[in-house]
Design a protein around this ligand. Structure first.
Ligand SMILES: [Zn+2]
Length: 516
């Protein structure tokens, strides 16, 4: 039995987004718990599909003693404010210092955090922890798929394990894998060789989905190399005998809207055998580079998308999904832009529903007005991104909700949402409806709609503020999916972003122009 400290600090920073992450954003609960510290952490994370929940469960099953630190996350947004970063980092460092003798540390990190005063949020945190605990204690972290994996992170962590799915359905499972690797490091007492590679082109999120090529094939290759190692030469997988000595592989396709030097896809292969790890890293990097042209697809303008959706919906029995990929609050979007909503109304897409339009004022006004009333204000566009204005229409309050419900999808199943007042509004002239929410939350779980009386499978056209995550719960009920390029702070094409700190030599999108 070992004494293992467990904690987490999650943020995905879109440095181009309009809102910063404050201490209050880390304190509050939404789909996940709020800031939790000390002994309450263990019970508070139980049952959530988040890495620390999987890690805690596995470490307990392996018989280890846990020393809880703190865990928190804030919705994706622009820079983490200095005050918030220092409060959380200070709590982690302070509790590590006070926690008594430790054998190991597990941290649940996102891997794309940019603080106002440190462009590599996780690298800086790991550097401070390493300075405190020394070189001998293993530090293992889990990472999001959208990690910008930096050389500092690789240097200071003993090992890091990233998700392999986007939509992320393996979050708790990844925490569990990280826990087993930490257990192995404690037993083996042998440091791992780290073979690190960066890929020289940014990949927009919308083309990173693992339900489709080329990401699907890349992760299949990674699984094959890792499993070939574990089964050795007898495994029968191609190159199996060369893969022996490889312990774990992490490939993170990156989070492009981050104006930092080390933004972009990367990978790290951990191995007991240096040559095997380096060869595997080369092979995976080559496979990604060979598929560069495959990271592409069609984006529709809002008008094109609505016209095409109405044409398909006439004969379809299942909903046509319109993914509002740039206004994804899970990537720093405000979830209140109205380009797609205006197009649905303009084309009179009767029966169409779009969600979530995040507008706390309108959600509260609808609650005050009551079901059946007409709302006397416009909705959305309160942040004012892209110079938009709220949508005025004959908004009838059809159904209200208090924002408390439990998720049922592959990502948020079991998550206890607390997202404040919600409302279903219908514009009486066009028959288009919008689901209002008070807190920024990505449209990834069907319960968000059922909570206000909408059965997603019965809607002809469903607009979703999400880039890829919605696919886990919504693709199975969809006739087809159209990706829409409407205004939003998660700008899909990195060539449109005003980078200042990104390293030179990297292509701004697959097959795109090179940064000078
Ligand atoms: Zn992610």
């Amino acid at each position: 039995m070992a004494r293992i400290a467990v904690g987490g600090f999650q943020h995905e920073t879109n440095t181009f987004a309009p809102q910063r992450a404050t201490w209050a954003d880390f304190e509050r609960a939404d789909a996940w718990p709020g800031f939790i510290r000390g002994s309450e952490l263990i019970d508070a994370v139980e049952g959530f599909n988040i890495p620390i929940a999987g890690a805690v469960k596995t470490l307990q099953e392996l018989g280890h003693e846990l020393v809880p630190l703190c865990w928190c996350s804030a919705p994706p947004s622009s820079y983490v404010e200095r005050d918030a970063y220092e409060k959380v980092a200070g709590a982690i460092l302070g509790d590590l210092a006070a926690g008594g003798p430790l054998d190991g540390i597990y941290l649940d990190l996102h891997g794309a955090m940019v603080a106002e005063h440190h462009e590599d949020g996780e690298g800086e945190l790991l550097r401070r922890i390493r300075a405190l605990v020394g070189d001998q204690i293993p530090i293992v972290t889990s990472l999001d798929y959208h990690t910008n994996l930096t050389p500092e992170m690789v240097r200071y962590a003993s090992a890091m394990i990233g998700y392999r799915t986007y939509p992320h359905i393996d979050m708790a499972a990844t925490g569990s894998r990280a826990a087993r690797l930490l257990d192995r490091l404690l037993k083996d007492q042998r440091p791992l060789h780290k073979a690190y590679r960066q890929i020289d082109f940014l990949i927009p999120l919308v083309w990173q989905c693992t339900m489709a090529e080329p990401a699907k094939g890349i992760f299949a290759l990674i699984d094959e190399i890792e499993q070939g190692s574990q089964s050795g030469a007898r495994g029968g997988s191609p190159g199996g005998s060369h893969n022996q000595g490889i312990v774990s592989i992490t490939h993170t396709p990156g989070f492009p809207p981050a104006d930092i030097a080390q933004c972009g896809p990367a990978l790290v292969v951990y191995g007991l055998d240096r040559d095997a790890a380096e060869a595997a890293a080369d092979r995976i990097a080559a496979a990604i580079r060979e598929r560069e042209g495959g990271f592409a697809g069609k984006l529709y303008t809002p008008d094109e998308a609505v016209i095409e959706a109405m044409r398909i919906a006439e004969r379809a029995t299942k909903p046509v999904l319109l993914a509002d990929v740039q206004d994804n609050p899970g990537a720093g979007g405000t979830s209140d832009t109205v380009g797609l909503l205006r197009a649905l109304i303009a084309h009179r897409a009767k029966g169409a529903v779009i969600g979530m339009i995040v507008d706390p004022e309108a959600a509260e006004a609808a609650t005050a007005a009551g079901e059946g009333a007409l709302l006397d204000c416009g909705i959305g566009a309160k942040i004012g991104y892209a110079g938009e204005t709220p949508v005025e229409a004959q908004w009838r309050v059809v159904r209200l909700g208090d924002g408390r419900f439990t998720g049922t999808g592959p990502m948020y199943g079991g998550a206890k949402f607390q997202i404040g007042p919600m409302a279903l509004l219908t514009d009486e002239a066009s028959g288009v409806s919008a689901v209002l929410a008070a807190k920024r939350i990505q449209a990834v779980d069907q319960e968000m709609f059922r909570h206000v009386g909408v059965e997603p499978a019965e809607v002809p056209i469903l607009g979703l503020k999400s880039t890829v995550h919605f696919r886990a719960h919504f693709q199975p009920i969809a006739e087809t999916i159209l990706c829409v390029n409407s205004p939003g702070a998660h700008v899909s094409d990195p060539t449109e972003l005003p980078y200042r700190h990104l390293r030179s030599g990297i292509r701004l999108r697959p097959m795109g122009p090179t940064r000078e």
